[in-house]
Structures are given as structure tokens and as C-alpha cells.
Design a protein around this ligand. Structure first.
Ligand code: DC
Length: 252
């Protein structure tokens, strides 16, 4: 691997629709760089799970009252991120079809987004992170060092997600998965608050015909280019503004 001459730790934003390969690619890129991987979708899923458990109406007012009672922690493990909700590891429950059904609605509410975006900024403020989601390069870190927008055709995304769910023991058909992805694409792209969109300065990578290794390499190549440019320009830290303060989330 060509050398990475970065003297500072970068923020790498990976956005795109569900099933485009974001989380696997982001995790591998983070591993190769020794960075933290942060799956922001899991944070929206954890809030959704908490709302379902509390049995509250899925409305902004009711959610806004629930949010101050929620403590999210993100822990790294060799298998990836574990998500803790008020001290309980809920990682497996986050993939529950009921959570998937409601998460696009829950994540469309400005109060929920404000609550989570603030935590995401704190988690990434020191750099050395690969963060994946829908609005990382547009809203959470508009000054991210590297921005990638991963996409793939709907049939390919559905096939990948179908295999993931089957591995988790969740009984679904490929048609159901495709319909659910198409529904979430529509909701995530058309909500008024930070919709899924490609930042103008993001590099689009279509993963339809790519292996995970190839996707990972393409992102790492962008990181190398960034590092080399920064070294040539003598740039040390150009990322502003910084966000400070303690995060609710933590990594170990
Ligand atoms: O990546 P995922 O499928 O786990 O994300 C679950 C939902 O959360 C997705 O349908 C949209 C929402 N989401 C979001 O609005 N913003 C993010 N940064 C990440 C996820």
C-alpha cells in the first residue's frame, strides 16, 4: 500500500442509500487506517427501538420528550460496532424488521436529528473517524476531508441486504427486501430535514459490480490522494469549525 503521509487524523464521510455497502466498506477502511468506525444508522435505529419499547406515538412531540432519557454508547468490537441503549447492548435488536419499518419516519423528525447530529459531531470532532450515514458529508461534517457517496442498483442492494438478513436468521423474501429498500429510499430522499443527497464535493462510487475489497481500495485511494495533496500544500489542519465537549457515545 502506498504510504499515507497525513500528519493529522482525517474525517471520512461515507453516505448513500441502504444496501450500497456503506457499513462493510466503512468498517474495513477504518480497520486499515486504525480509525474509529461510526455507524450513524444504528443511532437512529436505537432511538426507534426505544420509542417502540416505550409504546409512544411516533410523533415528534412524543419523541422529543423521550430523547433526554436516552443514553447511547457505541463500543468497538472485533465484529464491528456494538450499540448500547441505556447500558443494554441492543445491537441485534436494531435489525428487527419492526425497527426497520419505523426508522425512516423517526429519522425524519428535526428534534431526533438535532439530538443525534450533535452526538455524531462530538464523536468525530477529533478526527480519525470513518462515519457512515445519509447526511454525514452534507450536514454532520460538511468540511469532512474525504467524502464518498456509495450507490448500487436496487436489485443488487436488495440481494445483499437479503443475504445479510438471512444470515441473521430473519425470515424475509428478496421481493420484500426490495420493496422495503425502495420505500426507505423514497422516504430518506424526500424528507425535508437533511434528506439523503450527494454532497457536491463527494466522490460517487457505484458498487454494483465491485467486491468489498475493491470498494475499500477505492476509498483508501481517495484518502491517499488527500494525504498527498495535504503534504504537498503543507496543510496541517484546515478543518473548521471544531465541536468540543463530551459525547454521550464512547469508544473503547
Ligand atoms: O443505514 P441504516 O439502514 O441502518 O439506517 C437506518 C435509517 O436511519 C435510514 O433509513 C435513514 C436513517 N439515517 C439517517 O436519516 N441519517 C443517517 N445519518 C443515518 C441513517
Amino acid at each position: 500500500m502506498p504510504s499515507m503521509s497525513c500528519t493529522r487524523k482525517l474525517i471520512i464521510a461515507i453516505d448513500g442509500p441502504a444496501g450500497a455497502g456503506k457499513s462493510t466498506t466503512a468498517r474495513r477502511v477504518a480497520e486499515r487506517l486504525g480509525y474509529l468506525y461510526i455507524d450513524t444508522g444504528a443511532m437512529y435505529r436505537a432511538v426507534t427501538l426505544a420509542a417502540l419499547r416505550a409504546g409512544i406515538p411516533m410523533e415528534e412531540g412524543a419523541l422529543a420528550q423521550l430523547l433526554p432519557q436516552l443514553r447511547l454508547e457505541l463500543h468497538l468490537s472485533p465484529e464491528g460496532q456494538r450499540t448500547l441503549l441505556n447500558g443494554e447492548d441492543v445491537t441485534e435488536q436494531l435489525r428487527d424488521p419492526e425497527v426497520t419499518r419505523w426508522v425512516s419516519l423517526v429519522s425524519s423528525f428535526p428534534a431526533v436529528r438535532r439530538f443525534l447530529v450533535e452526538q455524531q459531531r462530538r464523536l468525530g470532532s477529533q478526527g480519525g473517524v470513518v462515519m457512515d450515514g445519509r447526511d454525514i458529508g452534507t450536514v454532520v461534517f460538511p468540511n469532512a476531508d474525504v467524502k464518498v457517496f456509495l450507490t448500487a442498483s436496487l436489485p443488487v442492494r436488495a440481494q445483499r441486504r437479503y443475504h445479510e438478513l438471512r444470515q441473521l436468521g430473519i425470515a424475509v423474501t428478496e421481493e420484500e427486501v426490495a420493496a422495503e429498500l425502495a420505500r426507505r429510499d423514497r422516504l430518506d430522499s424526500h424528507r425535508s430535514e437533511s434528506p439523503l443527497s450527494c454532497a457536491p464535493d463527494a466522490v460517487v462510487i457505484d458498487t454494483t459490480g465491485l467486491t468489498i475489497e475493491e470498494q475499500t481500495e477505492r476509498v483508501l485511494e481517495l484518502v491517499r490522494q488527500k494525504c498527498n495533496t495535504a503534504a504537498e500544500l503543507g496543510v496541517h489542519s484546515s478543518r473548521e469549525p471544531r465541536v468540543s465537549g463530551d459525547a454521550h457515545g464512547s469508544h473503547r
